[in-house]
Design a protein around this ligand. Sequence first.
Ligand code: F6R
Length: 615
Amino acid sequence: MCGIVGYIGQREASPILLEGLKRLEYRGYDSAGVAVLADETLKLKKYKGRVTDLARTASSSDLTGSLGISHTRWATHGAVTEENAHPHVSHDGKISLVHNGVIENYLSVKKFLESNGVEFYSETDSEVFCNLIAYHYEKEDKNSPNRFLNSVRRSLRHLDGTYGIAAICTDCPDELFGARKGSPLIVGIGTDEYLLASDVSAIISRTSNVVYLNDGEIVSLKNGELNLLTNDEEVLTPEVQKIDWDIAESELGDYEHFMLKEIFEQSGALENAMRGRFSDDQSTAKFGGLNVSAQELRQVDRILLCACGTAWHACLVGEYLIERYARIPVEVEYASEFRYRNAPLDKNTLVLVISQSGETIDTLAALRESKRKGYKTLAINNSVGSTIARESDGGIYQHAGPEIGVASTKAFTSQLHILSMLALYLGRLRDMSFQEGVEYVEALKQAPELVTETVKLNDEILAISEKYKDMQDCLFLGRQDMFPIALEGALKLKEISYIHAEGYPAAEMKHGPIALINESCPAIVLATQPDIHAKLLSNIQEVKARGAPVIAIATKSNPLPKHLVDDQILIPDSHRAVLPVLASIPMQLLSYHIANLRGCDVDKPRNLAKSVTVE
Ligand code: F6R
């Protein structure tokens, strides 16, 4: 949600800023801008549109200088206009700022500044933020070496809400400030240069050494020095961490879209999720970073799984897996609901949050609330060093590599696989037999190969997508652990193709949604569980009787009768704990191809951003 890049060093800032913005564009893409400072002169370029358009217009303008800030926006306050785009500049032209987050008391601060003669050109809270720094800057002792720092500090004290910022001042052509509260910010340490960014992907081509800022911290980058401070004037020692991403992982390569690339990367993502995580002699999984002993886990009598969006669907599958294989009662909560619901939890409850980015503000707030109440709170997370990774008591890294496509694919199936491994681990701590564990481990290890086999259905799925690309509505139906996969299928289709889609437990359809069924509303039915085939077949008959086309996803050894389906996609047979992963793939490919055939921007769907850092 909004991407920030800042640069200070020996090189021209603007190409580095623009390259960083391109890599961050999945965080927001309605407008973008760059400000560069040289010889106390601020040069600014903003564009209502994509970073590539900004880059085209910026290259022809004079944006020279080796200190600068930049931003790609996902609008919160104010419409998508050039005025509302960042960087913002204070009324006196001295301070320039880029901001990710939401300032909640911006209206009262704006009124105060207006009463002091400040005129605003935009509707944004960020312009207010920028002018508040300018206001304090004006009031500070003009000879103080810390004049800019103090004005940033004073401003932060007056603002409620969340922010990740980068700021520069025309009087300080050799200083770049960053500060964070609630919105991610990292410092990249390069050769003779520093970068500020809201995400590692913006800077990975220049350095793999980073410092993650915590809430309430300010960083000053000046004269080749990095000074990390708290808002209460405490000086901190920065902890430098090494990022182990391969730059090629964030490039498109031969693929047309990141989403397709990431669908094809799923086999490798599962391999990475499993690497070093089995104890074959005990036929179980093992996790290095849980920070909860086996004995403590045996005491757990309830698990709460909490997340948003696609990760919430992974939680729903996790509920089936953990209850089935570990026999521990599980509840699943939307993170945004958990925080305000004040649910009574037993002291032996384990809370597990799931987040690809590790920055989703609702999930982070749920984690904090859970910790505040004293529950052991773990995380499954794909972003090493993210806020959720750092604040959880322990957890499991996904190691799925960067996910750039806004619609989550490989991160989702990697979460499912880790939940299967966790269900195995918890099951083996309780009642699961050694032999059952042996079969389970074997099935999990075989999953990457089966994923490779499943993605080979791509051409077949493209042909089916051609047939259905013009539909207006679509129902996804599944039972038990395939119900969340139906929900995920519907989410994937609607978010990238803008087709109205809904997921339902197949039997629930006759309690209402069946009213929607007609010949132009196909039903995609997940029919991978032989034990409930008979029941599902009656649900399919109900759909067919109302003229709707049926696309079935079934396993090779248990196809549905041909006369009941219009199209059928057959996935490999596997263990019950692996099938949700395999069944997800045809739906990802269907959504991808349908959206692509409709001319939609698959990697950057309208109104969406990859990492949702506002509530
Ligand atoms: C949909 C999608 C979102 C995310 C959700 C949570 O394809 O990607 O629904 O799953 O915003 O994001 P993370 O997992 O980063 O917390």
